[in-house]
Design a protein around this ligand. Structure first.
Ligand code: FAD
Length: 316
């Protein structure tokens, strides 16, 4: 039988949103634990270079979140490796039961900061070149492809919009679309057609990426005929952006919070959900920009709201 640990607040997820929430919760002297499933730092530890976090002009992702983690633990925050498998709410008491692998946590308030995973395209070489020629975030990595060629995989609105965004940096953007049409808004499609840097290849899939340290060739398939062909480039002179959607980690609160069609949690500006005491911060919630800075901001707001909910306003 696993132990039950009683807490004021449990934070699920040790990425930038969770760590920022831990810092703010700690400063209001809440009895709080942050639970992490895989690696403290979240998606950021996969990022070799972060150039857009204010005050830290150049950082590798690991160092940035390592500093956040150290700041939280220096303030006394408890960050525990424990994957959460379920969250239940006792209707009578309003308390939450958070089931981890090593303990159950009984808490008055809960912050879900479990993020969203970018979906993979599944071609050969995708894992090998992730962060070194394969990217999942145009906003984050676009500037590293200045005057280089990029392939964008995806046929939806965000892939089309991000392909347009990438034309600010890249010399050429090839949008690789598996089907015979784009699923983007007509205005966005028209803009793609007008842009001289953009080539749209319908009925095409990326089969594999090959090279040395960085990719130097891409194998594509014509889905109409099944024929494959290889394009070769100078090593490091091109990249592939995989923009085929994200999967929000929100199943834990399904039924407790309202989700949008894509599965993101709808919150108000205090990060509150429809369930009293349940807050959601970071990439897991519905919002226009998913970045480290917005995740950290959400975490701060969520912890402040949780403290207010618990009658313990955060000290400035
Ligand atoms: C390749 C890549 C490059 C990026 N580059 C940049 C950049 O340069 N600049 C920038 O600002 N943003 C960048 N981003 C976006 C940024 O990483 C995210 O916006 C940010 O990490 C979101 O923080 P978060 O805390 O909400 O979620 P995450 O970072 O995803 O953290 C969520 C954490 O919750 C944990 N978790 C999930 N489920 C459970 C569970 N059941 N139990 C316990 N723990 C759980 C996960 O393991 C994870 O550690 C990049 C993203 C990617 C994928």
């Amino acid at each position: 039988m696993t132990d039950t640990v009683r807490k004021d607040l449990v934070i699920v997820g040790g990425g930038p949103a969770g760590l920022s929430a831990a810092i703010y919760a700690q400063r209001s002297l809440l009895d709080v634990v942050t639970l992490e499933r895989e690696a403290v730092g979240g998606q950021v530890i996969l990022t070799s270079e972060v150039d857009n976090y204010p005050g830290v002009p150049h950082a590798d992702g690991f160092s940035l979140v390592d500093a956040m983690h150290a700041q939280a633990t220096d303030l006394g925050a408890q960050v525990v490796m424990d994957p959460v498998s379920s969250v239940e709410r006792d209707e009578a008491t309003g308390r939450f039961l958070v089931r981890g692998a090593s303990a159950c946590y009984d808490c008055a308030s809960l912050i879900l900061a479990a993020g969203a995973r970018p979906r993979h395209a599944g071609f050969e070489g995708e894992e090998r070149f992730a962060g070194h020629g394969v990217s999942y975030c145009a906003t984050c990595d676009g500037m590293f492809y200045r005057n280089k060629q990029v392939f964008v995989i995806g046929g939806g609105n965000s892939a089309a919009e991000e392909a347009l965004f990438l034309t600010r940096f890249a010399s050429k953007v090839t949008l690789v679309v598996r089907k015979d049409h784009l699923r983007a808004q007509a205005a966005v499609v028209a803009e793609l057609e007008r842009n001289e840097k953009v080539e749209v290849r319908l009925m095409t899939s990326v089969v594999s990426l090959d090279g040395g340290e960085l990719p130097s060739s891409v194998t594509l398939r014509d889905n109409a005929t099944g024929a494959t062909y290889v394009e070769t480039y100078e090593e490091g002179s091109f990249g592939v952006f995989v923009l085929v959607g994200r999967t929000p980690e929100t199943e834990l609160v399904r039924g407790l919070a309202e989700l949008d069609d894509a599965g993101y949690v709808l919150t108000d500006e205090r990060m509150a959900t429809q369930t009293p005491g349940l807050f959601v911060a970071g990439d897991a919630r519905a919002k226009p920009l998913r970045q480290i800075v917005t995740a950290a901001s959400d975490g701060a707001v969520a912890a402040t709201s949780a403290a207010a909910f618990l009658g313990r306003p955060v000290e400035g």
